[in-house]
Design a protein around this ligand. Structure first.
Ligand code: NOJ
Ligand code: CA
Length: 668
């Protein structure tokens, strides 16, 4: 049984051994992507080991269509694949039937298990998913240790055979996070580069009503085996037929830029459930946020440094209005922050009671007069049943105040039951929040949620999530954010969906308000600008303080100008761990924006402007690293240049160590 991509370059072969074992293998231009690897399931209720089958039927089909995302990196997406669905039946006593559905696109493969309606299966409990991925060589691997509760790690780049235990990595690289899982367990997304130059991303799409998959590596056979995040009592998933698993995905190409341009994950998700999305709007925002992270202010009222007071938030509203931002995020506005972390209390926040020094009514009407909206913050402190009980009241309160975007947060242990952030129960919670928010016409930006798997197609009001090490880690007492981190994220975490990375830091030493701090941002200022283009999100924060922007208004202009919604995206050059260069065309406009970033090495990138309209002359404004800029010794040095360009221009862009370049290209 075999199926090939529409262009014939990717093939998947499914085989049934005489003993009944089912395997699949995938190739790209004849090279192995995944060698024959196992498929199957183990159920604990009813007890059944589904790993020996007979084939009942095989169906094939072809699909070619186009769809338009509500917002996105491109205006239109082609969904073009060939499909093979193999219905199998357990050869042992259970008689359970299962369908393996493979979709093979020109940019990769997705497959999932389906449990059709059948007399022998109703409710069931998953003990394990037996999917395997056997790699063909000792590839270079970009990986993070597995963890049921967080993905805020740095990536490691090693040979597959050198993947180490989570504990060892935590000790060596970063003492902030300690995974409890044993050796050789990694998270997805994983990225491989073979010695022949093939790039392979291993991830998952449409994780709904199911736990997040992580992987165990058997080094002797180079085989990764699926593992599922358990619930509080060790079960993996509670399902009812008919149902299906998420898609297991392999994005493949011999060009790194193709991996970044892939829309496979989105194509494997269900269309939007929101019939009228006219209220959903990409936004740029500022916030009462970074000043608390760097110690100028604090979340709780007690302690005398309460940041979210009426006068201070008014200052942010004025700043947002003056410079054309849509929103102002306000953290620390509500009662509860005195005791929000570490005591694992169930009742901390009610999401509707502001601190007495925060006059929300006067601020919302002030903001409205100035054409700005407040952005709500719901830190749940992991008390998720409490949040679910209060969600209607909390969203109703927002609606009443005219606030239509919420940043949610799940810091700490999930109480009361001890569920994991990545388990089935929490994945259902995140989806329920998106659904409920949509009923109230509210947009969501979730922090500490599980990694995104393309659900923003289904819930376009779920605009962004954190789900990786974001910019706030610049201020963590650890390795922080290494210069290469943002060159790996687009190849890994970002494949699943937009990230609220919060770029735009202009003041790189983070001891501005607390001289004892040694934390720092490990980029140049120009690279902070470039991240608005390379880190895709329809919600982009300008994270730094108003006073730090006012010290560099010329560079700040790029953040004011840059778009957050796009008609087109061109990935011009990229290598994971080294550099990324992208151009994007603003939605409904003729302006292009270019972002180029590098790791800890200086480098020169050539920008070929062939994507511009050949009949036009443009003015390019380049925000570049100054000749003496360097993330370590001189991070805030930049130069701004203007150049007249056309579609035949080629620009040579010089990036400093840890540097970048941001360009606005506008019609003359
Ligand atoms: C962690 C979030 O990522 C951060 O943005 C937020 O400020 C804190 N939690 C407090 O909720
Ligand atoms: Ca590198």
């Amino acid at each position: 049984m075999a199926v090939s991509s529409p262009n014939g370059q990717i093939s998947v072969r499914v085989q049934l051994a005489p003993t009944g074992e089912l395997t699949y293998a995938a190739t790209y231009k004849g090279q192995p992507v995944v060698e024959p690897s196992g498929l199957g399931f183990s159920l604990s209720k009813p007890k059944a080991m589904l790993n020996r089958f007979t084939v009942v039927s095989v169906d094939s089909s072809r699909t070619d269509g186009r769809w338009k995302p509500v917002w996105g990196e491109v205006r239109e997406i082609r969904n073009h694949y060939t499909e093979m669905a193999v219905l199998v039946q357990d050869r042992a006593g259970s008689g359970i039937q299962m369908r393996l559905r493979f979709r093979v696109f020109d940019d990769g493969v997705g497959f999932r298990y389906e449990f059709p309606q059948q007399p022998k299966l109703s409710h069931f409990v998953v003990a394990d998913e037996l999917t395997q991925f056997r790699l063909s060589g000792d590839h270079q691997t970009f990986w993070m240790p597995a963890d049921f509760d967080t993905n805020e790690y740095l990536y490691n780049t090693t040979r597959l055979s050198e993947i180490k235990s989570a504990a060892a990595v935590a000790r060596e690289r970063d003492i902030a996070l300690q995974s409890s899982l044993g050796p050789d367990h990694v998270q997805t997304p994983l990225l491989f580069k073979t010695d022949k130059g093939l790039y392979i991303s291993l991830y998952e799409a449409a994780v709904r009503n199911y736990p997040i998959m992580y992987l165990h590596l058997d080094k002797a056979t180079r085989t990764f085996s699926a593992r599922l995040t358990p619930d509080a009592v060790g079960n993996k998933a509670y399902l009812q037929a008919p149902t299906q698993t998420p898609w297991r995905t392999l994005i493949v190409s011999d060009k790194a830029t193709d991996i970044l341009a892939s829309k496979l994950i989105l194509n494997l998700n269900e269309p939007s459930k929101i019939a009228d999305p006219s209220w959903i709007k990409p936004q740029k925002f500022v916030g009462m946020w970074w000043e608390m992270h760097v110690g100028k202010a604090n979340w709780p009222l007690a302690g005398g440094k309460h940041g979210a007071n009426t006068a201070n938030v008014k200052r942010y509203i004025d700043f947002a209005a003056k410079y054309g931002f849509d929103g102002v995020l306000v953290e620390g506005w509500n009662v509860g922050w005195e005791d929000w972390f570490g005591n694992w209390k169930e009742e901390v926040f009610d999401f509707v009671t502001p601190y007495p020094d925060y006059n929300i009514d006067s601020l919302t009407s002030y903001a409205q007069r100035k054409g700005v909206r407040l952005i709500m913050h719901h830190e749940t402190s992991g008390s998720v049943t409490n949040y679910e009980r209060r969600m209607d009241a909390a969203f109703g309160y927002m609606q009443q105040k005219g606030i239509n975007t919420v940043k949610t947060g799940y810091v700490g242990r999930i109480i009361p039951r001890g569920e994991h952030h990545d388990g089935q129960w929490m994945n259902n919670h995140y989806e329920r929040v998106a659904e409920k928010a949509a009923q109230y016409k509210i947009m969501v930006d979730s922090h500490e949620s599980s990694h995104p798997t393309g659900l923003h197609r289904t819930y376009p009001n779920w605009m962004a999530s954190e789900a990786a090490r974001g910019s706030e880690f610049n201020n963590a007492p650890t390795l922080g954010i290494t210069p290469e981190h943002t060159t790996i994220l687009p190849f890994t975490r970002m494949l699943g969906g937009p990230m609220d990375f919060t770029p735009g830091l202009f003041h790189m030493r983070l001891n501005q308000f607390d001289p004892t701090r040694t934390t720092r941002v490990r980029t140049t200022l120009a690279k902070q600008l470039a991240l608005y283009v390379t880190m895709y999100s329809p919600l982009q924060m300008a994270a730094d303080l108003p006073e730090n922007y006012e010290a560099h208004l010329d560079a700040f202009q790029f953040i004011r100008d840059v778009a957050v919604d796009w008609d087109d995206t061109r990935v011009l050059a990229a290598e994971p761990g080294d550099y990324v260069l992208m151009a994007r065309k603003a939605k409904g406009k003729s302006d292009w924006f270019v972002g180029g970033i590098t790791d800890e090495n200086a480098r020169t990138l050539t920008l070929d402007l062939a994507f511009l309209d050949p009949n036009q002359t443009y003015e390019a404004t380049l925000y570049c690293d100054a000749p003496n800029a360097d993330w370590d010794t001189n991070p805030e040095a930049y130069v701004i240049e203007k150049k007249t360009v056309t579609s035949v221009s080629k620009l040579s862009l010089v990036l400093a160590r840890g540097g970048g370049v941001a360009i606005r290209i506008a019609r003359k």
